[in-house]
Design a binder for this molecule. Structure first.
Ligand code: ZN
Ligand code: ZN
Length: 377
C-alpha cells in the first residue's frame, strides 16, 4: 500500500515536471515557434494607382509572393491601399503578408514610407523647412500607430544630413533604393547614402539602413526602369506579422541587401559576426536582370569590412566569414559585405549586404516612442 502511494506521488511529480516540457515542445512543433526567424521583405513599391507605374496591386503583390518574399508594403504616394482589398494568388503561401503602408509624399520631395498604419495618413503640406516636413511625417505616422522610413534622400539630393539630424524618433532611412534615378553612390558634390549614414551615426543618431526596390515597372525589365528584386531587407522576428516586422526594424534587427545573402549575422556590444551564404548569393545574382555598382578595378570575390565613426574601416577580411571584437573606443561599429564579380561585358560590379550598427557609447533607444500597433490589422 505504502509502496503504491510512493509510486503515485512520484508519478504526479513526474507529470508536473513533464507537462510544461510537453506543452512547449508541442507548441514548437505546431509552428508556434518561439525562436526568431529571418523574413525577407520590400518596404517600397508602387502600382498603377500612382499614375506612373505599370501594374495593379494584385500583380505587384503576386510578383513578390512568387519570388519568395515574406512581406511587402504597397507604398503608394499619399494613398492607402488596404491589404484586405488586394486579391492574392489562390495558392498563397502562409508565410507571405502585406504590411499596410503609404509613401507620404510631402513638399520639396521629402518622401517617407509610413509602415504598419491603420489607414491613410495625411501630412502638413504647408511646411517649408525640410527637417520640419520630415518631423511632421514621423509624428503623423506615429499618431497613426506606424513607423517611418525616410525614403531616397539622394533623389535629386533633396535631403541632407543637416535636414535629418534635428528630427526626433526617426530610426530608419533608405540606404539603398533600387530606382535608377536615385543617386545612392552620390557624385562629386554630394555624399553617397553610405557616407550620409556614417555622418548621422557619427553625430549621435540612432538610425538603421534599409534597402528597397521603389519598384514601378513589372512588365518591362531594363536598367532604365525601376524593376523589382533590386533591394530588400532580411528581418529577424519571432513571428511574421505587421507589428512584429515593423518593431524589429525599428530596433535594427535586420540587414539590408542588394544581392548578398548571409548565413550568419549577429551583433552585440561584444562581438559582430558575419558569414556569407555563398550558394544563396550566387543564386540571387544568377539573373541577367540584376546589376551591381560598376567599378573600374578590383579583385573578384567577397570581403567583409567593419566600419566605425567617420566611415573609418576598422577591420577588413577577404574571407566570406569574419567576426569583430567590438572595441568600446569606437562609438559604433557596423558590418558591410561586398561581393565583386566580372560583369558579362567584362567590367566589374559590386553587390552588398549591410549590417546595422552596434552602439557602444551609451546612446539609448527611447522605446516608449516606438509605435506598436501589435498585430492589429
Ligand atoms: Zn518617393
Ligand atoms: Zn516611391
Amino acid at each position: 500500500m505504502v509502496k503504491h502511494q510512493i509510486q503515485t506521488i512520484a508519478c504526479c511529480k513526474m507529470k508536473n515536471i513533464l507537462l510544461p516540457i510537453i506543452i512547449i515542445t508541442s507548441l514548437l512543433f505546431q509552428g508556434c515557434s518561439l525562436a526568431p526567424k529571418w523574413y525577407r521583405g520590400n518596404t517600397h513599391a508602387h502600382t498603377v494607382i500612382c499614375g506612373h507605374a505599370d501594374s495593379s496591386p494584385e500583380v505587384v503583390a503576386s510578383w513578390y509572393h512568387d519570388h519568395g518574399y515574406n512581406f511587402l508594403i504597397l507604398s503608394e504616394h499619399n494613398h492607402f491601399i488596404d491589404p484586405d482589398s488586394v486579391g492574392m494568388p489562390p495558392e498563397k503561401r502562409q508565410d507571405y503578408i502585406l504590411i499596410p503602408g503609404e509613401e507620404i509624399s510631402g513638399p520639396q520631395i521629402v518622401h517617407t514610407t509610413a509602415m504598419n498604419i491603420g489607414g491613410l495618413v495625411t501630412s502638413n503640406k504647408k511646411l517649408e523647412k525640410k527637417s520640419e516636413i520630415l518631423q511632421n511625417h514621423v509624428d503623423v505616422t506615429l499618431a497613426a500607430g506606424g513607423n517611418t522610413i525616410l525614403n531616397h534622400p539622394n533623389y535629386v539630393y533633396t535631403v541632407s544630413a543637416d535636414d535629418i539630424l534635428p528630427v526626433k524618433r526617426l530610426y530608419l532611412f533608405e540606404l539603398f533604393n533600387g530606382h535608377p534615378y536615385v543617386n545612392n553612390a552620390g557624385d562629386d558634390e554630394h555624399p553617397s547614402t553610405e557616407t550620409l549614414w556614417d555622418d548621422l551615426l557619427t553625430k549621435g543618431m540612432i538610425i538603421y539602413g534599409v534597402s528597397s526596390d521603389d519598384a514601378h515597372h513589372f512588365s518591362e525589365i531594363d536598367t532604365q526602369y525601376s524593376n523589382p528584386g533590386r533591394g530588400w531587407v532580411m528581418v529577424k522576428t519571432t513571428k511574421l506579422s505587421p507589428g512584429k516586422i515593423s518593431k524589429a526594424m525599428q530596433q535594427g534587427l535586420f540587414y539590408a541587401s542588394n544581392g548578398v545573402m548571409l548565413k550568419r549575422y549577429s551583433r552585440s556590444k561584444r562581438r559582430y559576426l558575419i558569414e556569407v551564404d555563398l550558394d544563396k548569393t550566387l543564386k540571387e545574382l544568377d539573373s541577367p536582370d540584376i546589376h551591381g555598382k560598376r567599378i573600374s578595378t578590383g579583385e573578384p570575390g567577397f570581403f567583409i569590412e567593419f566600419i566605425g565613426p567617420g566611415g573609418e574601416i576598422l577591420s577588413v577580411s577577404k574571407s566570406p566569414k569574419a567576426s569583430y571584437a567590438v572595441n568600446h573606443s569606437a562609438a559604433y561599429v557596423r558590418g558591410k559585405i561586398t561581393f565583386r564579380r566580372k560583369h558579362q561585358d567584362g567590367g566589374m560590379e559590386e553587390f552588398y549586404a549591410w549590417g546595422q550598427p552596434v552602439f557602444t557609447d551609451g546612446r539609448t533607444k527611447y522605446e516608449e516612442t516606438l509605435a506598436d500597433r501589435g498585430d492589429e490589422p
